[in-house]
Design a protein around this ligand. Structure first.
Ligand SMILES: *[C@@H]1O[C@H](CO)[C@@H](O)[C@H](O)[C@H]1NC(C)=O
Ligand SMILES: *[C@@H]1O[C@H](CO)[C@@H](O)[C@H](O)[C@H]1NC(C)=O
Ligand SMILES: *[C@@H]1O[C@H](CO)[C@@H](O)[C@H](O)[C@H]1NC(C)=O
Ligand SMILES: *[C@@H]1O[C@H](CO)[C@@H](O)[C@H](O)[C@H]1NC(C)=O
Ligand SMILES: *[C@@H]1O[C@H](CO)[C@@H](O)[C@H](O)[C@H]1NC(C)=O
Ligand SMILES: *[C@@H]1O[C@H](CO)[C@@H](O)[C@H](O)[C@H]1NC(C)=O
Length: 449
């Protein structure tokens, strides 16, 4: 009895010592909240060039699940549409080409708005998607209402924070004129309302942003090639404009317009130009390695830091007041969440898109020759499609996306399971050894007696 007791004690001690090293650390309470205005679809995490990131075999996607999206392979058409990573997919033509601009006038009586988690990828059926937090987007009284409510969890700063939402066009525009009649949701410090044109990769962007710190001021901005994974210190935040509108944008509807042309950009509010930028007056693009201005081989001219790639139109709302100090200083802080059930919302009464190129594209979808060549019963992987990424910002306009579902990891590669399993096996072996040794000793003792 005593020996068994000692063995049990030793085993228990070993287990405790081992478990402090062997078992995974307890989950931390704080959720990752690195919020940005992020808008777009399940698109774009930083695109890996060495294969589809979470594909267990590594490398490109297999033929039966040919499309790579956010690092996952599937034959689901959604994976082959917006954000599909051509270089990591089975073939270049596994991904559908981006759908180009269509001129529309949307009054939100009956908009063709899809929940991005169920969107079939067809831009001929839907003009808009709710990219993040679909439940927070409603169409009511002929208005698109994009709302923000309090998240149930504390963020990484230990503060409650609003969970924003985003709506994007399914099509990409390359130059044109976009007009939105909109009421901002920036009625409390910290609430950021956004109407932007954006391409996440390479990262061109043109913004209207209204922050709750001063809802009478329109902030305008543009970015040139700022991919989501670019280090914050390389992002050029120096193109911001601030224009006083002498009216509270959260109290009534106003018309916001972005006119984006190959050689100039205009921001207008209620028909009045509040800012203009000429391409010839923007900065030169600088080669990060040589430090020399980048030269366009076609024209021999310096490449300018001017947005020029096809981009989506997006509306969003997010809570900048409860995150990092820098963002709070910019957006106003704290965000007023004192009233239970408080929400903030951006309302869009109309959206008018006039494309500069390809005014009314009418291709069939998916285009001939694109997409999966074989069909497979059901998706191969479907995690992360509703793309729960969140906003932050030391990187005000930089995104940080976290798939909502953990990717599948084969057991033999799963450190979370492997380590404790190995440890438990080790402990069991030690215990068996001790039992054996003790048995032998006992046998010897028996013999001696
Ligand atoms: C372009 O197509 C959309 C439907 O996709 C239609 O509502 C609109 O009137 C068309 N615009 C023009 C200028 O033809
Ligand atoms: C969007 O789709 C997801 C997944 O099917 C669902 O949970 C959510 O309720 C939907 N939201 C809306 C507004 O339809
Ligand atoms: C936000 O992301 C940056 C990197 O992009 C990271 O350095 C920072 O710690 C993150 N903040 C939080 C609160 O997670
Ligand atoms: C932005 O402006 C700051 C201060 O004027 C300067 O130090 C920084 O180098 C600028 N950044 C870029 C990318 O031009
Ligand atoms: C840039 O172009 C505009 C419009 O053509 C012109 O008025 C302006 O003088 C130009 N600026 C420079 C620096 O050349
Ligand atoms: C916060 O909001 C509540 C309810 O909307 C309001 O009564 C209160 O005055 C606000 N607090 C501040 C500091 O503005």
């Amino acid at each position: 009895m005593t020996r068994l007791w000692i063995i049990a004690r030793i085993a228990a001690t070993l287990f405790l010592v081992a478990s402090s090293h062997c078992l995974p650390p307890p989950a931390t309470a704080s959720a990752v909240v690195n919020l940005t205005l992020t808008p777009v679809a399940p698109t774009l995490q930083s695109v890996s060039t060495t294969g589809c990131r979470n594909h267990p075999g590594g490398g490109k996607c297999p033929e039966f699940a040919p499309c790579c999206l956010n690092g996952y392979c599937s034959d689901d058409p959604r994976y082959c549409s917006i954000g599909c990573e051509a270089q990591n997919s089975w073939k270049e033509t596994s991904c559908f080409p981006p759908a180009y601009c269509s001129n529309i006038r949307e009054e939100f009586d009956n908009p063709r708005l899809a929940n991005v988690t169920t969107f079939n990828g067809n831009p001929n059926e839907y003009d808009l998607t709710t990219d993040y937090n679909a439940d927070s987007v409603v169409v009511q009284d002929s208005k698109l209402k994009i709302t923000m409510k309090l998240d149930g969890k504390l963020n990484a700063y230990g503060r409650p924070q609003g969970l924003g939402s985003v709506v994007s066009t399914t099509r990409f525009m390359q130059y044109g004129k976009v007009t939105a009649r909109m009421k901002t949701g920036s009625s409390s410090p910290g609430v950021v309302s956004a109407f932007i044109i954006r391409n996440e990769d390479p990262g061109d962007e043109i913004d209207f942003e209204i922050v709750g710190r001063d809802p009478t001021e329109a902030q305008t901005n543009f970015y040139y090639r700022t991919p989501p994974d670019m280090p914050t210190n390389l992002i050029d935040y120096n193109n911001t404009g601030k224009e006083s509108l002498n009216t509270n944008t959260a109290a009534g509807f106003h018309e916001y317009e972005i006119e984006w042309m190959p050689d100039y950009l205009l921001w207008k509010v209620d028909g009045k130009v509040v800012r203009s930028v000429f391409k010839n007056e923007t900065k030169d693009d600088i080669d990060l390695i040589t430090g020399a201005p980048v030269v366009d081989p076609l024209t021999g001219k310096h490449v300018k830091k001017y947005p020029s790639t096809p981009a989506k139109i997006q509306f969003g709302i997010w809570d900048g007041g409860q995150g990092s100090e820098g963002t709070g200083a910019w957006a106003g802080t704290p965000t007023n969440w004192s009233k239970p059930g408080q929400t903030y919302e951006v309302q869009v009464d109309s959206l008018d898109i006039q494309c500069f190129y390809q005014g009314n594209e009418t291709v069939t979808w998916p285009p001939k020759g694109y997409g999966p060549t074989k069909t497979h019963s059901g998706p191969y992987f479907t995690p992360g499609l509703d793309g729960g990424w969140s906003l932050e910002a030391d990187d005000v306009l930089k995104d940080e996306k976290t798939p909502t579902m953990a990717p599948y990891v084969p057991f033999y590669k799963n450190a979370n399971l492997m380590i404790p399993t190995a440890c438990l096996l080790g402990i069991a072996l030690i215990a068996i050894a001790i039992v054996q040794v003790t048995k032998r000793r006992r046998l010897k003792q028996v013999r001696w007696q």
